[in-house]
Write a protein that binds this ligand. Structure first.
Ligand SMILES: Cc1ncc(COP(=O)(O)O)c(C=O)c1O
Length: 377
């Protein structure tokens, strides 16, 4: 019996390649590093301040505060809004776990709700989950797709709730001409290396127009210290690192062009794959930055294997929804509680579609996906 082997790949396509290959960008990053090494202000200082100003201007908010990562930026924002023990915060079951774990770190209880077909939180279910204990809603602009902020803000106003946008996956995304991070009480960003605006390590940011929250965060990120000795409240150390701020300052001017490249890959995949798989779409009225390009099929695992054998890496974001993670046992949820999220988790596959991928690579991915379905059918 002859065993069938996968053909030698025509191309190899990594899911993501974080090394800096653009010589002009690399030169600017090295110049920024050199500047920081020369002035020696490694903690906060001019690099952090300048990037905060630039990012606030970019998102269209009055203030931005650099934080150590996107999880702490959510947690500290909640603490700054007075959210803590006994309070509930509503967020998405189908997010990265930090949308919920940050609520726990703030001392409150995450209340999860199911998603819409565009992978963002379902406002009808959000409203159904409001109780007298609810203090805030954390809509997640998942995969770069902005959540339905009009509906969420209306619910928040009706029930007197804060809205903290989890914009970790969506720097540069918009609703109309307004950028995410400027729509709620505060916006929380991650600049983890995988993100649309990515540091060379961990980094985060809170954007807000609320002066009181801004002033709280300036202290909260640095031990609650007002000056070297005056500790006003207990707080962790979670400052945006000066080197990362310098790198991010170099990268911010590229963000729109990088997002445009992701959108072009998304448009290409939408055109040539929609008849074989469900493809991610942009909800009308929004500007999706396609942090990940997600396709859906019942044959996800077989397709992923087929792609891998042909040199194409793909990933699942996320195979286990938050309510089914081991750590979530205490929250009391069970399989079946969020059917849309659970079905989504079983069927999704993120395929290569970053600004670093070439058109040829995406064409090879698309051809290979089509080949899988032509063989299987
Ligand atoms: C939706 C979402 N929220 C929060 C975070 C947390 O960000 P960080 O990894 O910077 O703590 C991430 C990123 O990993 C994320 O994707």
């Amino acid at each position: 019996m002859t065993r069938q082997t996968a053909p030698t790949p025509a191309l190899t396509v990594p899911f993501i390649d974080l090394a800096v290959h653009d010589p002009a960008l690399k030169a600017k990053l090295l110049e920024a590093a050199d500047r920081v090494l020369s002035h020696g202000q490694f903690i906060l200082g001019p690099e952090v301040k300048k990037f905060e100003e630039d990012f606030a201007a970019y998102t269209g908010t009055t203030y931005a505060v650099g934080i150590g990562n996107g999880t702490d930026s959510l947690t500290l924002t909640m603490k700054g809004l007075g959210i803590g023990p006994g309070d509930e915060v509503i967020t998405a079951a189908n997010s990265f776990l930090a949308s919920a774990s940050s609520v726990i770190f703030a001392g409150a209880r995450p209340v999860l709700v199911d998603m819409l077909d565009d992978c963002t939180i379902d406002p009808v279910r959000v409203e159904a989950a409001v109780t007298p204990h609810t203090k805030a809603i954390i809509p997640v602009h998942l995969m770069g797709q902005p959540a339905d902020m009009d509906a969420i803000l209306a619910i928040a106003e009706k029930h007197g709730l804060y809205v903290i946008e989890d914009a970790a996956q969506a720097a540069g995304a918009k609703i109309g001409d307004r950028r995410v991070g400027s729509l709620g009480t505060a916006g929380s960003f991650s600049f983890h290396p995988l993100k649309t605006l990515n540091a060379c390590g961990d980094a985060g940011m809170v954007t807000t127009n609320d002066r009181k929250l801004y002033e709280y965060l300036l202290l909260a990120r640095t031990h609650g210290l007002k000056d070297r000795d005056d500790c006003v409240f207990w707080s962790p150390n979670s400052r945006l690192d000066a080197l990362q701020a310098a790198f991010l300052g170099v990268k911010l001017p590229y963000l729109d062009q990088w997002n445009a490249a992701r959108r072009a890959h998304a448009a290409f995949y939408q055109t040539c794959l929609a008849d074989v798989v469900e493809v991610a779409r942009e909800t009308p009225g929004t500007f999706n930055v396609f942090y990940m390009f997600v396709i859906q099929t019942d044959r996800r695992d077989d397709l992923q294997r087929f792609l891998r054998e042909r040199g194409i890496e793909s990933a699942v974001h996320y195979p286990t929804p938050i309510h089914l993670k081991r750590a979530a046992k205490d929250l009391g949820y069970k399989r079946g509680d969020f059917p849309v999220t659970e079905r989504w988790s079983d069927r999704i596959l993120s395929i290569p579609a970053t600004q670093w991928h070439s058109k040829d690579q995406c064409a090879y991915v698309a051809d290979t996906v089509r080949e899988f379905f032509s063989k299987e059918s």
